[in-house]
Ligand binder design. Structure first.
Ligand code: PLP
Length: 394
């Protein structure tokens, strides 16, 4: 049998869709002008950026002047937090976030702590959900910002964003959300959800790497993060990443237009994976919320198994997956997200994340479970802990 390649690590990155690449290509070569110049190849670029901004604004129910192109999710998160801290420090120096944020948020918060800001890191429940009463209780007169991710990149839990936005605004506090994983996977309406700032990234939605946008609601005072030219209405200097912007808009347009049908199909495959793993592999625990869950996320902990060993054996079968988050693999610390939902270290170490796409068929899912079953069995057979456990439970 021909060896398959099954990519189930779409939360780490995604391939650029052919239509997206086709839209980008002319802007590398014949339409290469600097959007700030005045000759016609440049005004064509300028127009293309204007159109891209309009396309993107529509996907989250806002207007184009609130969309600021950045170099991706990490820059958007850094900008939102650091610039808010800077602009609102006279009002207060307290920020609320959660223990399960991406490192682009957590490490930025740690940096802000060194600058005299106080950060409250909210606990989450065993499914990864923020507790709204604890959030409300954490708000103080000097709280300037609440930053809670829309959906978690490891366990796929979707947070109650509209409720959090409502609480933030009732208390006169700005609300930022890292929507890198949620964007085009779940409907987002920044108006209805009271979102003031929102981070996204192109390469998580079948667009190119190194591009994303930060949505900033009109009236939010934050200033430029990159100083220089007057691009992005004086708020983000640097010659526009024209090809990236075109690619991001094309990817966003496609993924928004087919969101309903695509995610319905993904959910079928996701639930098939979950059902088969739960039924056929003992001592396996699903991480994250069963219902409030990204359509493409499956995350399990397997007792008596080491995550990295699973990944290597899966890779030998042509299956790309991840344990914990891609950014932390390579380190021996278990994922901060899995610890925050209460998993003991040794269980967190045996975790596997499968993040699917519309390219994954039911047959692919079956191939993965068939192999995973064998791999988990094989690794357990070599585990002294498992041997002890079986003896004791005979
Ligand atoms: C991938 C990711 C980021 C970082 O985005 P980049 O574009 O790679 O910088 C931030 N937050 C979350 C939740 C992510 O999944």
């Amino acid at each position: 049998m021909e060896k398959k390649l099954i990519y189930m690590d779409n939360a780490a990155t995604t391939p650029v869709k052919p239509e997206v690449l086709d839209a980008m290509l002319p802007y590398f070569t014949e339409k290469f002008g600097n959007p700030s110049s005045i000759y016609s190849i440049s005004s064509e670029n300028k127009k293309a950026i204007t159109d891209a901004r309009e396309v993107i604004a529509k996907t989250i129910n806002t207007t184009p002047e609130n969309i600021y192109f950045t170099a991706g999710g990490s820059e958007s998160d850094n900008w939102a937090l650091k610039a808010t801290a800077d602009a609102y420090a006279s009002k207060g120096k307290h920020i609320i976030t959660t223990k399960i944020e991406h490192h682009a948020i957590l490490h930025t918060c740690e940096y802000l702590e060194t600058k005299g800001f106080e950060i409250t890191y909210l606990d989450v429940d065993e499914n990864g959900l923020v507790k709204l009463d604890e959030l409300t209780a954490a708000i103080r007169p000097d709280t300037i910002l609440i930053s809670v991710m829309f959906a978690n990149n490891e366990i796929g839990t979707i947070e109650p964003i509209a409720e959090i936005g409502k609480i933030a605004h009732e208390h006169g506090v700005l609300f930022h959300t890292d929507a890198v994983q949620a964007y085009t996977q779940v409907p987002i309406d920044v108006e209805a959800m009271n979102i003031d700032m929102m981070s996204t990234s192109g390469h998580k939605i079948n667009g190119p790497k190194g591009i994303g946008f930060l949505y900033i609601r009109k009236g939010v005072k934050i200033k430029s993060f990159i100083h220089g030219g007057a691009q992005e209405r004086h708020r983000r200097a640097g010659t526009e990443n024209v090809t990236g912007i075109i690619g991001l808009a094309k990817a966003a347009e496609i993924a928004t237009a087919n969101m309903k049908e695509r995610t319905a199909e993904e959910i079928k495959v996701r639930d098939h994976l979950i059902e088969r793993i739960e039924k056929e592999i003992p001592y396996a625990k699903l991480n994250g919320d069963r219902v409030k869950r990204l359509p493409n996320n499956v995350n399990f902990s397997f007792q008596f198994v080491e995550g990295e060993s699973m990944l290597i054996l899966l890779d030998s079968k042509g299956i790309c997956a991840s344990s914990g988050s891609a950014c932390t693999s390579g380190s021996l610390d278990p994922s901060h997200v899995l610890l925050a939902i209460g998993l003991p270290h040794e269980i967190a170490h045996g975790s596997l994340r499968l993040t699917i796409s519309d390219q994954i068929t039911m047959e692919d899912a079956d191939y993965v479970v068939d192999n995973l079953k064998e791999i988990v069995n094989h690794l357990r057979e070599m585990s002294p802990l498992y041997e002890d456990f079986i003896k004791k439970n005979k």
